[in-house]
Design a protein around this ligand. Structure first.
Ligand SMILES: [Zn+2]
Ligand SMILES: [Zn+2]
Length: 346
């Protein structure tokens, strides 16, 4: 493989304004590898970066944090990788010396950076990563491997939940992360998982994957009857409720499905100005735990193991694949929401 001097990449000068640019292929250090990108997943974070609704971004930059590719060059100090290895890459870059890093709480790093958010990402033909953040894949397709980063985040969510054996769980939202979370809950102690989501492509995929034991298909225009039925069917609610829609209104209501003594996982990208109104009396008397979970610290090895083994099933979850030159179409498709996972191939 000869490495060209320049490459194509999605390049943001500032929020909302990107172009398909020709830029130099990045240089790498002795402890780094150069990855030829074969596929990169697109998710809500990319939508927020596009619209500028995030504090983490530092423009100008190249987005793309769900990188899948092939090792093109190996730094002189790197061991364990060879040219041609198929890999995925953990986008997070912790500083290693702040208050939280010194407590090994890397996801809370005060200087947290991420490839595709504040550092050069993978909506490009080549990208450089530290070798310690790169992991080999064997059995899954490039498209399927775009789900490894979201799976790593979902694993962190399940870690945060500290699920007891035999719980009943409700996952609200059937986006790629919700469907992976539902499967992880089934594999890690839940006797029953119910997925509630808007009727459409997402719930069809959920069924195909066998992500849950039961499905509640919500009517977009009037979901009230379905919610009422769920309440009737589960008068004691659920030990675990996962809010994975990103809607503050749904998050607000989600607490009403938490069993006394249960837990609510708040798990999505929300409008930073959105608020919920929860009764402290209910949280007090019902002993409800409300848990947040953001990104993932060092969860990639387990995510690779779950997907490469097929134990978490993501077959058919990628519904739409675009070229780099079609990035705007990919963003538009994401916005219309009736879609599974979107991947971009350079
Ligand atoms: Zn993502
Ligand atoms: Zn730090």
């Amino acid at each position: 493989m000869t490495i060209p001097k320049t490459m194509e990449a999605i390049y943001y000068e500032k929020a909302t304004s990107f172009k398909l640019a020709t830029v130099p292929v990045p240089q790498f250090q002795p402890h780094e590898v150069l990855i030829k990108v074969s596929c990169c997943g697109l998710c809500g974070t990319d939508q927020h970066l596009h619209s500028g609704e995030t504090s983490m971004a530092s423009y100008p930059f190249i987005p793309g944090h769900e990188v899948v590719g092939v090792i093109a060059e190996v730094g002189s100090a790197v061991t364990g990788f060879s040219k041609g290895d198929r890999v995925v890459a953990d986008p997070l870059v912790e500083c290693g010396h702040c208050f939280f890093c010194l407590r090994a709480e890397f996801v809370l790093c005060e200087n947290l950076g991420a490839h595709g958010v504040s550092i050069t990402g993978g909506f490009s033909q080549y990208v450089v990563f530290e070798a310690r953040k790169v992991f080999k894949i064997h059995n899954i397709s490039d498209e399927e491997a775009t789900l490894i980063e979201p799976t790593a985040c979902a694993i962190h969510g399940v870690d945060r939940l500290e699920v007891k054996v035999g719980v009943e769980a409700l996952v609200i939202g059937a986006g790629p992360t919700g469907l992976v979370l539902a499967q992880l809950l089934k594999l890690n102690g839940a006797t029953k998982v119910v997925v509630a989501a808007n009727k459409g492509v997402k719930t069809e995929i959920a069924r195909k994957l066998g992500a849950a034991d039961e499905y509640v298909e919500l009517d977009r225009a009037d979901p009230k009857p379905q919610w009422e039925k769920l309440k009737k069917d589960y008068p004691y609610g659920f030990d675990v409720v996962v809010e994975a829609t990103g809607s503050a209104a749904v998050a607000n209501d989600a607490i009403n499905y938490v069993r006394r003594g249960g837990k609510l996982l708040v798990y999505s990208v929300y409008d930073p100005s959105a608020l919920v109104q929860w009764s402290p009396a209910k949280i007090f008397i019902d002993e409800i735990k409300i848990i947040g979970s953001f990104a993932q610290p060092n969860c990639f090895p387990r995510a690779v193991a779950y997907l490469d083994s097929g134990k978490v099933n993501v077959k058919g979850l990628v519904t739409d694949v675009y070229k780099l030159s079609e990035y705007q179409q990919a963003l538009d498709k994401y916005k219309n929401r009736d879609v599974g996972k979107i991947a971009v191939r350079p």
